[in-house]
Design a protein around this ligand. Structure first.
Ligand SMILES: C[C@](O)(C(=O)O)[C@H](CC(=O)O)C(=O)O
Ligand SMILES: [Mg+2]
Length: 304
């Protein structure tokens, strides 16, 4: 990182994302609900950052039912992507409209500095992939969505990930058939949404010849598999989409209740990120050095 933006260009981040997917090692992409969280994800040593639609809409006080706009998502996603040298993959829901809108979505997300995005085969308005009652569009419609997206890409390394929600609607066989068709339509990566257990992940891996992404979201339909298990299965990437938001909100709620009940937060300081750690992540000292060097700088003719 430089002080004011990422130290790695958008193009190089996309190259890194592709290299990670080709590496044979599971790429771990925790969801970052803010630029600051993205800095922590990088600091701890993960391979990439994920921006969740569920977290982004929850952060705006909205349910994850397709209410957010492309402008909101691109602005927040761009701010998160710029805060780290890691590549960032963003949730683009159903593409924010019909195929032509999906094409514009890709151009906009590229301009915002994202390394890739996923588009899903749900109808609009969409639902969380782990809830009952969601619906999918016919495969042909999703193929048009994808073809428009792939055609709109200017950087050939921008990763277009196709998510199929069909497992919970039409069953595993249909989800696998759809995934194959989406690969043929140009998808670089397949997001296998809401598979039930290890056996289903194994079957998907055996039948689909493309990089695969697993969604380890909590309180949903999928068994929580470890990174070692997913790596051994041959999965290429895993997201923990809403995990950091759930952790933070759990802590915030406990803390607010403590203040409400005890009249002070003094007893829960250990649950907090220390001021010193925050400043370390933000590189406060480096900004001070920068500032000092400007204030002590004087032009040669003033020096005599
Ligand atoms: C991955 C996801 O699309 C997201 O927006 O983060 C959600 C996650 C969730 O609601 O738990 C999904 O799986 O639909
Ligand atoms: Mg989502």
């Amino acid at each position: 990182m430089t002080l004011f933006s990422a130290g790695v260009s958008d193009a190089d981040k996309r190259i890194a994302l592709r290299a990670g997917l080709d590496s044979g090692t599971l790429q771990r992409w925790p969801g970052a609900f803010s630029p600051l969280v993205a800095k922590l994800v990088a600091d701890i040593g993960f391979e990439g950052v994920y921006v969740s639609g569920a977290a982004l809409s929850a952060d705006l006080g909205l349910p994850d039912i397709g209410l957010t706009t492309l402008t909101e998502v691109a602005a927040r996603g761009g701010a998160i992507a710029r805060a780290t040298d890691l590549p960032t993959l963003i949730d683009a829901d159903t593409g924010f409209g019909e195929p032509m809108s999906a094409a514009r979505t890709i151009a906009t997300l590229e301009d915002a500095g994202l390394a890739g995005c996923h588009l899903e085969d749900q109808v609009n308005p969409k639902r969380c992939g782990h809830l009952d009652g969601k619906e999918v569009v016919p495969a042909e419609e999703m193929i048009k969505r994808l073809a428009a997206a792939v055609g709109a890409r200017r950087d050939p390394n921008f990763v277009i990930c196709a998510r199929t929600d069909a497992r919970g609607v039409e069953g595993l066989d249909s989800a696998i058939e759809r995934a194959k068709a989406y690969v043929d339509a140009g998808a670089d990566l397949i997001f296998t949404e809401a598979l039930a257990d290890l056996g289903e992940f194994e079957r998907f891996r055996a039948e689909v010849d493309a990089p695969l992404l697993a969604n380890m979201t909590e309180f949903g339909k999928s068994e929580l598999l470890t990174a070692d298990q997913l790596g051994a299965l041959g999965y290429n990437a895993v997201i923990y989409p809403v995990t950091t938001l759930r952790l933070a909100m759990g802590a915030v709620e406990r803390g607010l209740r403590q203040i409400d009940g005890q009249g002070t937060q003094a007893g829960i300081l250990d649950d907090m990120q220390h001021r010193a750690r925050l400043y370390e992540l933000l590189r406060y000292a480096d900004y001070n050095d920068f500032d000092d060097s400007i204030f002590t700088y004087s032009r040669p003719r003033e020096q005599s």
